[in-house]
Each structure stands twice: as structure tokens, then as C-alpha cells.
Design a protein around this ligand. Sequence first.
Ligand code: PAF
Length: 279
Amino acid sequence: MQIIRDIAMLRRAVSALQQGGKSVALVPTMGALHAGHLSLVRMGKRVADHVIVSIFVNPTQFGPNEDFAAYPRDEDRDAALLVEEGVSLLWAPDVATMYPGGHSTHVEVAELGADYCGAARPGHFDGVATVVSKLFNQVRPDVAIFGEKDWQQLAIIRRMARDLDFALDILGAPIARDSDGLALSSRNAYLSKDQRAAAVAFPNALKAAAKAIAGGADIAETLAKAEADIVAGGFDSVDYVALADAESLERLSLFRKPARLLAAARMGKTRLIDNLAVA
Ligand code: PAF
């Protein structure tokens, strides 16, 4: 597996991989890889001839009081996992390569980025949309793969790719979960043993709420109960539990398909997100 940190070298290496009409899948990550990321890589291997993974802890998607400095980083471990998965190329630029001095352009997907995580983390999705559009232009893949755990992020990236005419397919990969149902996340590593055990309250509350809504329960009451159950289970606060149109992300007060339950909750310094289809 080639590890590349320079844009000109990346361009040459990607052209070489594409020789003979071979296709390339890009899996953008911030590292601290877990089984969820590896499932994205495996999807990439199924749909393209080569998989390129990017690792870049993107400063512009973290707020001033967020965990940019603490975000787990272990490139050697990540690279070893990617070698085992048969990844062709690791794109690992540093901050100065991604954002050279004077960088002053950003991408904002206004309509989809304002609510949910966008409201709780102002500027977050502008940072995501900007770095992902740069990754698309740097790598120029045929397909890019993102986890469905960040449902709002995926919707924003799909809209951005459509609005800006990026010539690639965007695929979403199903959420990978631990055996107790907690969605895999690099941020789970922040949880103590006791917090990790308690965190199962989050997916459990969402599962119960999704079932209740699909069964005709009152939506406002069900969402309020899910929030209360999450807090009773050991979380300190809930940023939101909402029923949304799965594509437009419009909040729904009446159930109609396709719908998605979206949620974010905080335990100590850890903020977790999750979502479920309501069917
Ligand atoms: O989902 C992530 O890990 C990040 O938001 C992404 C898409 C790699 C952009 O930095």
C-alpha cells in the first residue's frame, strides 16, 4: 500500500491505478479506524478495482471547544489494518497541504446543514463539505463511500455532489454495531468501562421509539420518552431525538415513509450520534 502526502504524487499514483480503465473507490476517514470503517473499505472493494482511503483529522469541522486535539490518532495501526484489507493507497495529507496559507474558500450546503448536528455544532458541516469536496477533487474517484451512522453528513454530501456536479457516485454503508447494539464510532474510545456499558441505553431507546412510531404511537410523546430513557440510562444530555424525512431531513410530526429517527446525546465529554430507519 502506498502512503502519499503530496498532491502531485497523489495525482500520478491515482492515474497509474486508473490505467486500463480501472475504477477507484474513495473511503474518506479521520483515522482511528474500527470495524465500521473496514466495512466501508470492503464495500469499496466490491464496487471498484482499487480502494483509496484518506486519513485526515479535519480541523475545520471541529468547533473551538471540541475534541480536535484529543481526537485519537494512530496512523501506523490504521495503515496496518488497511494493508490487511488490500487497500491500494492511503492518502494522508497534513493540514498545510489540505489548507495552504490563505485558504479562504468554503462549501456550505445551507438547507440540510442547519438543523440537528448542524445546530449543535455550528460550522461543522461547512468544514465537512469543504474537506470532502477537496478530497473529491484531489483523488477524483469513481465512487465515494460514507457510513450511514452520520446520516445528516451523508445527505449533505449527496446534495453537495449533485449541486456541484461532482462526477462520482456516493454510496452509504449500513451502520456497524457492537454486539449490544451501540453504533461503532472512533469516539466510543473516550468512554470509560462503566460509561460504555451504560451507553447501550442510547440504541435501545431509539429502537423502542422507532418501533412505537411505526406502530402508530404519538410522535412528540415518543420522542420525549426516548430522550427521557437516554438520560435515565446514564447520558448527561440529549442534543436531539427527531423524526425526519430520510432524504430531505425535514422534521416530521406525522409519520410517513421514508423516515429516519436521528439522535445525538452526550455522556461526560463524549458526544454520540445514531439513527435508525422507521419502517
Ligand atoms: O465522517 C468522517 O469521518 C468525516 O466527517 C469525513 C467525512 C472523513 C470528513 O472529514
